[in-house]
Design a protein. Structure first.
Length: 556
């Protein structure tokens, strides 16, 4: 079996360092071909829609149809990626997109395609990619050494944008020479290499001591983690705003090619390719920018550059000038979204990585989907130039969000979960036993009370992120040095999950709180099984469904 974790001394390397790892190199190369197919398919779909209808809003809806599934199902997809083998999830998701691309090719070849039918097939292809995205991105940390993760994330962005650089031009040539059917067929064929690579990947699946969560509980866990993670919330809001403001570029590009530049499919492919070239250039320089500027500075400068580029695009009648400003817009866009992506992946522990990445995907794609509809609607009623100017105006305002939602500093802490095992118990507990009430008593010197309380606010976030509820901290009014932390877990299984989710960073926070404990007596922890009225069987012969789910009560 292949093992790709490097626990030795980190080696310094450039953007290409992750490609030294054979597994990542194979998957990256195959994904490049898959992304190339998607770009060819996007050109074919957009130009096919222009030929099917003159409604500008329908043209913009092609982009919405591809992005909307990511917004709608990425959260369940992220939960599935964390619950099951990510390789198998990726294989299934790619099969869905392959089926959609194949069906679109056949229906179009038979002359049966309609505008709404085209949107439906785009939605199906987008659904497969929405399911594939979290599993693929969350597995990157399994493919490369930890110190090269930021470069690997940037390389995945580069893969997409290399395809964006050449795919649209190739797609334009294919559509002009052989029609949209050929573009759709090429997309279907280019899924095959990635399917083969994933089939051959011998992924190391580390078994968990606990059974997997049910889907609805896993989704709830993901939402809970995001809600109680201030840094992740900030990144998601900034990502959403950038997606809405910048969604005009890709959504209105067919109209720019047709109405502003008076071109054809080759023109559309060419200007879309220049945007991709800029994106590759931006991704190649992300490492240098992150070293010299803060995340907030990088995102703000990128937004201003993109706003200026979109404004010039609105007035340009020259293919050359439009191409130049789209290179700048592509670089600025890619720098922004990659900085957001890196911030998410460096902030989330591995146990919830798929779900946080899914939230990121939902945020960026939801923003693009809404922005595409918004700018398409404005273009339909007022023209593409007015829509682009409105988009530029909104984009120039996004840096103001930094006053209230500043980008968090990069986190280099340990994000691997540490299973603390099960505590000693004397009751015969089952998975469904609960609620479990935990009380921790601290003896804190009065002059350290304020500092202790500040640390406990951080402890509260870690408890809530990992599965607790009804957290409180109380101070004894007759013995002011005595503080009691109290929280609930719904069941004994939920409590064991909480104990298996703490990262090194969170354990350090807990240790900082315990450092305030003084006196000769050790820290006292009480764990109680709460038995509210109605939770106890009212007759001895009544069946207990939890008896078949008895868990080990000691660590293994």
């Amino acid at each position: 079996m292949e093992c790709h974790r490097d626990h030795g001394s980190p080696r310094t390397g450039g953007i290409g360092e992750p490609l030294r790892t054979p597994l990542f190199r194979r998957i990256w190369s195959a994904s490049l071909l898959s992304n190339l197919g998607l770009m060819i398919q996007a050109v074919g779909a957009a130009w096919s829609m222009i030929q099917l209808t003159t409604d500008a809003s329908m043209v913009a809806l092609v982009q919405t149809a591809l992005m909307l599934p990511i917004m709608l199902i990425s959260i369940p997809a992220g939960a599935i990626a964390d619950m099951y083998d990510r390789r198998k999830v990726g294989l299934f998701a790619l099969s869905v997109s392959l089926a959609g691309a194949t069906a679109l090719s056949v229906v179009t070849a038979l002359g049966l395609i309609t505008p709404w039918g085209l949107l439906g097939f785009c939605f199906l292809i987008g659904t497969g990619m929405a399911l594939f995205g979290p599993a693929w991105q969350a597995s990157v940390s399994e493919q490369v050494p930890a110190h090269t993760l930021p470069q690997a994330i940037a390389l995945n962005s580069i893969s997409y944008n290399i395809a964006r650089s050449f795919g649209p031009a190739i797609g334009g040539i294919i559509v002009a020479a052989a029609g949209a059917v050929a573009a759709f067929t090429a997309n279907a064929l280019l899924y095959v290499p990635l399917l083969i690579v994933l089939l051959l990947w011998r992924r190391i699946q580390l078994p968990s001591r606990l059974p997997p969560e049910r889907l609805h509980r896993a989704i709830s866990s993901g939402f809970r983690y995001v809600i109680h993670s201030p840094s992740i919330r900030i990144v998601l809001w900034r990502t959403l705003a950038t997606g809405v403001a910048g969604g005009s570029v890709s959504a209105l590009m067919p109209l720019v090619a047709r109405d502003l530049l008076h071109g054809n499919a080759e023109t559309y492919g060419l200007i879309l390719g220049t945007f991709g070239i800029g994106a590759v250039a931006g991704a190649l320089n992300i490492g240098r920018l992150r070293q010299s500027l803060s995340g907030e500075q990088v995102v703000s400068i990128s937004a201003l550059v993109m706003a200026a580029a979109i404004a010039v695009e609105a007035f340009s009648k020259s293919v050359l000038l439009t191409g130049i400003v789209l290179i700048a817009a592509g670089a600025a866009w890619m720098i922004s979204v990659t900085v957001f992506n890196i911030a998410i992946q460096l902030s989330a522990p591995r146990w919830v990585a798929g779900r946080t990445l899914a939230a990121y995907q939902a945020s960026i794609c939801g923003g693009i989907a809404f922005g595409s509809w918004l700018w398409g609607t404005i273009a339909q009623s007022h023209g593409a130039s007015v829509a682009l100017l409105a988009s530029a105006g909104l984009m120039v305002l996004t840096p103001l969000l930094g006053r209230w939602l500043p980008m968090p500093a990069a986190s280099d802490g340990d994000k691997e979960a540490i299973d603390m095992g099960a505590p000693d118990v004397a009751l015969a507990l089952t998975a469904r036993s609960g609620p479990i009430v935990v009380e921790i008593e601290y003896c804190v010197k009065p002059d350290e009370a304020r500092a202790f309380y500040g640390v406990m606010q951080k402890v509260q976030l870690t408890r809530h992120r990992n599965g607790a509820y009804n957290w409180s901290i109380a101070r004894d009014i007759s013995e002011p040095a005595l503080w009691t932390e109290r929280f609930h877990c719904p069941t004994w299984l939920d409590y064991l999950r909480l104990r298996s989710r703490h990262t090194g960073d969170e354990i350090e926070i807990q240790q900082a709180a315990e450092h305030f404990h003084s006196g000769d007596a050790p820290l006292r922890v009480r764990r109680r099984l709460e038995r509210p009225f109605g939770s106890v069987r009212w007759k001895d012969e009544a069946p207990d469904a939890g008896q078949t789910e008895v868990l080990p009560i000691t660590a293994t």
